[in-house]
Design a protein around this ligand. Structure first.
Ligand code: RIB
Ligand code: CA
Length: 332
């Protein structure tokens, strides 16, 4: 019986500061093998997301395929990127950048996902931490994809916790609700890591300062700069986070649930996404076994495993321990 680790992962991302934290967590962790980075619009325009993905890999001395993906939502009009949270450049407005190496893989993000799933049937885990247009496009390219992919883990949505872009909607889902509903009803093994758990894990800026001081490396220096900018937003706008002077780790938890599932409490149920109107972007979960007259909750809709609780302190410890590992090489 071969070990199920390291897990081959395609990281679908809109870097983005917490996306950068998540990427570095994945590169640092021995149980994760990032075989590709597929980019999407969201925190930045998709072109900047791809530039940032290549840049973050360059800093760590790794050459990982990076692709350009969805530039706008499937149906709704794209919102302006939240430059006030992640910076205009998506990484906290870095004062300078070293010359990035590497060229984009010429395939679209969706085609890359399909090719890899066909090349490694049953082995690829999609970890998606941005709007879900690439996954929806991959499903359109290959309807058999849910039978080829090992698992999908997405950072997005919220069930019991208030939203962060409306009282009921989380940003990734809200940015492309039609794509999200396609993903939640595709029938693949799916774990939702939403605000119900990511709002429990506040990462102090001081943690990233200590990681940078420990490594003395351009990659962790860059991450610290980015988190400093990102933390300023959360500390000014969120009273709870402001007490710590830190930020929500959001995307990192999509990898922590992969490496340390024992820290999470999950409930399985059908999840659908409101695509129009005041509640657009809401992830609605059928949590009671009731046969509803309202259309959309019929038996054929697949189930999602939703993270509802997390051992927050243990999660923070795992993030710190992992990023403190000896994982960095001389930057390229
Ligand atoms: O709501 C948080 C999510 O939106 C995270 O993925 C963050 O990077 C932004 O994309
Ligand atoms: Ca993200």
């Amino acid at each position: 019986m071969t070990s199920s680790f390291p897990r081959k992962v395609i990281f679908d991302t809109d870097p983005g500061v917490d996306d950068a934290m998540a990427l570095y967590y994945a590169l640092a962790h021995p149980d994760i093998d990032v075989v590709g980075i597929t980019t999407t619009f969201g925190n930045v325009h998709v072109e900047q997301a791809a530039i940032n993905a290549l840049y973050l890999c360059t800093l760590t001395g790794r050459a990982i395929p990076v692709t350009l993906g969805a530039s706008q939502p499937m149906v709704k009009t794209a919102e302006a990127p939240p430059t006030y949270i992640h910076g205009v450049d998506g990484l906290g407005n870095l004062p300078r950048r070293v010359d990035a190496t590497g060229q984009l893989d010429t395939r679209s993000s969706a085609q890359f996902m399909v090719d890899m799933a066909r090349q490694y049937p049953g082995q690829i885990t999609l970890v998606a931490v941005g709007p879900l247009g690439n996954l929806a496009a991959a499903l359109a390219l290959a309807p058999e994809l849910p039978t080829l992919v090992r698992e999908v883990i997405l950072m997005g949505g919220t069930v019991l916790e208030a939203g962060n872009v409306s009282p009921v909607a989380e940003a990734n889902i809200w940015n492309d609700p039609h794509a999200a509903d396609v993903v939640f009803t595709a029938g693949w093994p799916l774990i939702m890591v939403g605000l119900d758990v990511t709002h429990q894990v506040i990462l102090p800026l001081a943690l990233f300062k200590s990681i940078a001081e420990h490594h003395q490396h351009v990659a962790t220096d860059t991450l610290y700069h980015a988190v400093d900018f990102y933390s300023a937003f959360y500390s000014q706008h969120d009273q709870i986070v402001g007490q710590v002077h830190g930020c929500y780790g959001h995307d990192v938890l999509a990898f922590v649930v992969l490496t340390n599932p024992e820290l999470f409490t999950l409930q399985t149920g059908r999840v659908r996404v409101a695509t129009e109107g005041l509640a657009q972007g809401q992830t609605i979960m059928r949590r009671k076994d009731i046969s509803y007259p309202q259309h959309g909750w019929h038996e054929e809709i697949p189930h999602t495993q939703v993270c509802l609780k997390v051992q927050a302190n243990a999660c923070k410890d795992v993030i710190k321990t992992t990023l403190m590992r000896n994982w960095l090489r001389p930057s390229a």
